[in-house]
Unconditional design. Structure first.
Length: 115
């Protein structure tokens, strides 16, 4: 991985839908050479996927919360099943320290926190 690959990655993190023509101008390569580098980054797993960033207000979930969860390790599988099924939970991280997990969720209203 060289400077050009890193510049492609940096640019695509800001705008994953940038045209190869515009990306090529930024990295000072031809569009076909740029497209080949992007393809290689996809194939080797450096670029895993493309993802939309959703305006949560527009979908009726204007409240973003982070929830700390403390639990015993024997409850992990049950918790993962719960978190996977909850449409409000959009990210889940296993962490060290006093909490086991940190959840990121989008809610319609604060009362959605009550289980």
């Amino acid at each position: 991985m060289d400077y050009t690959d890193l510049k492609i990655i940096e640019t695509m993190q800001v705008n994953g839908r940038i045209s190869m023509k515009d990306l090529a101008k930024i990295v000072a390569l031809s569009p076909p050479a740029t497209a080949e580098r992007v393809r290689r980054l996809e194939e080797n797993g450096t670029i895993e996927r493309y993802q939309a960033i959703i305006n949560t207000v527009k979908i009726g979930k204007p409240i973003r919360v982070f929830i700390n969860v403390a639990m015993k390790s024997d409850k992990l599988k049950e918790f993962i099943a719960f978190a996977s099924a909850a449409e409000e939970i959009i990210e889940c991280y296993h962490v060290t320290g006093p909490y086991s997990m940190i959840l990121k969720a989008n809610l319609r209203e604060m009362s959605d926190l009550e289980v």
